[in-house]
Design a protein around this ligand. Structure first.
Ligand SMILES: [Zn+2]
Length: 153
């Protein structure tokens, strides 16, 4: 969809700091993050709301969110947890009309900084943050390989 900012990000005509992508989806840092590392996962094919999204893509997006949440725990962001949130439809405060899953890293006792981030929504060191998350994803992949090797032994 040509007037959709997320479709422009997928097409590479709008800037974004991507942390992960595959054939179906793309994950990038929210430009108005609630917390450092706040990432959005979107389907590459435009879908305005869940109503327009096929179930397999939805499952794939959640699987990626699950993995990103784990990657954030393994990264130097040192997350203790994460909020995975999808606002579906204007009634639910969806602000960009292209389906997106928020993955927001949380730390124990971060209630105040989270509340402040919710109000300010200022970007942090984008490249440094993306590098940290990518390293977390790589650490997770290494664990998977170790697990496979361990199973074979
Ligand atoms: Zn779109």
């Amino acid at each position: 969809m040509k007037d959709c900012v997320f479709c422009c990000i997928v097409a590479g005509t709008a800037p974004a700091t991507k942390v992960y992508e595959d054939d179906t989806l793309c994950a990038f840092l929210d430009i108005r993050p609630i917390a450092r590392g706040h990432t959005l996962i979107i389907p590459k094919a435009h879908a305005t709301e869940l109503e327009d999204l096929d179930a397999d893509t939805g499952a794939h997006i959640f699987r990626a969110g699950h993995r990103l949440a784990l990657a954030m725990r393994r990264s130097t962001l040192a997350a203790d947890g994460a909020n995975l949130i999808m606002n579906d439809g204007k009634a639910a405060f969806q602000t960009v009309a292209h389906v997106h899953l928020h993955v927001i890293p949380r730390r124990n006792g971060d209630k105040l900084s989270f509340a402040k981030g919710f109000l300010l929504r200022r970007p942090h060191d984008l490249e440094g943050t993306a590098t940290a998350i990518r390293a977390g994803i790589a650490a997770l992949a290494t664990e998977d390989n170790d697990h496979v090797e361990g199973t074979q032994a």
